[in-house]
Design a protein around this ligand. Sequence first.
Ligand code: BEZ
Length: 357
Amino acid sequence: MAELQEVQITEEKPLLPGQMPEAAKTHSVETPYGSVTFTVYGTPKPKRPAILTYHDVGLNYKTCFQSLFQFGDMQEIIQNFVRVHVDAPGMEEGAPVFPSGYQYPSLDQLADMIPCILQYLNFSTIIGVGVGAGAYVLSRYALTHPDTVEGLVLINIDPNAKGWMDWAAHKLTGLTSSAPEMILGHLFSQEELSGNSELVQKYRNIVVHAPNLENIELYWNSYNNRRDLNLERRGDITLRCPVLLVVGDQAPHEDAVVECNSKLDPTQTSFLKMADSGGQPQLTQPGKLTEAFKYFLQGMGYMASSCMTRLSRSRTTSLTSAASIDGNRSRSRTLSQSSESGTLPSGPPGHTMEVSC
Ligand code: BEZ
């Protein structure tokens, strides 16, 4: 049985003034499905996987992940990893619009481009962080290349193909809504869209006025035509690495993520349902997500207490016995987050813990 725990975690802390993000280098490689662009931050660390991100429809790596990766507390994590941020084809800044008739890759083909990126960089393993369509792409990649994926953070994943009912609803919505409106309805909840916060206004502006809107629509079509991942809890098709599933409790994809959780191996999966975070927790709750990511990495043995701030250390004493620096990794799969009192509700290794924060 999943365990539900009320937790309160750190206050949000943006990058301090004067704290400069690391230099980035953007590359493009040719693949059997066309060229793909990615941006590398940091330098490779011996015996450590790269963190590889894949963004959702309507976004690019910056609009999807900058708030999270430039968040103050995130720095102590990411300084230990090289990061590879993939832009889906045609989503990179300044991308020209594809000629009419261009066959955009399917999500499965986008996943098949990842080996070309890793080969080019000479990286052997990754920890994937994906949102929405990007979470699907990374999951597909993990199913076909399990030996190269050490862990996955999947935000708003929907592993199912659209059924007839979904298609009918999609077609009906298409009669009255523009593509940008449908994409915004995929990114944010109806409450968020009608609330029209500054964040929603900003992202509405990004999508509606995107110079590459035609390309975005092609990625959107590929997402809507995705195949079922056919995950089975006890079947042959399942994710074999530690997985952190994340969804906002009012997100449009909440049911899909809950269902995905039911199809994954509970000994490998942690489920983080975030209160008050809406459709894009990596934008609205980077502090909570950073802390969850830290515990996830700790469970994989990558974040020792000595790497962590005094505050975090005081909250994680019972976890650190299972964690060690670099290659000497324990294989316990525990995600814990601090309670208000500072005691640690660490679940037993090998149990899925549902964390509400
Ligand atoms: C990073 O440090 O990985 C990063 C910085 C800016 C935007 C996205 C990621």
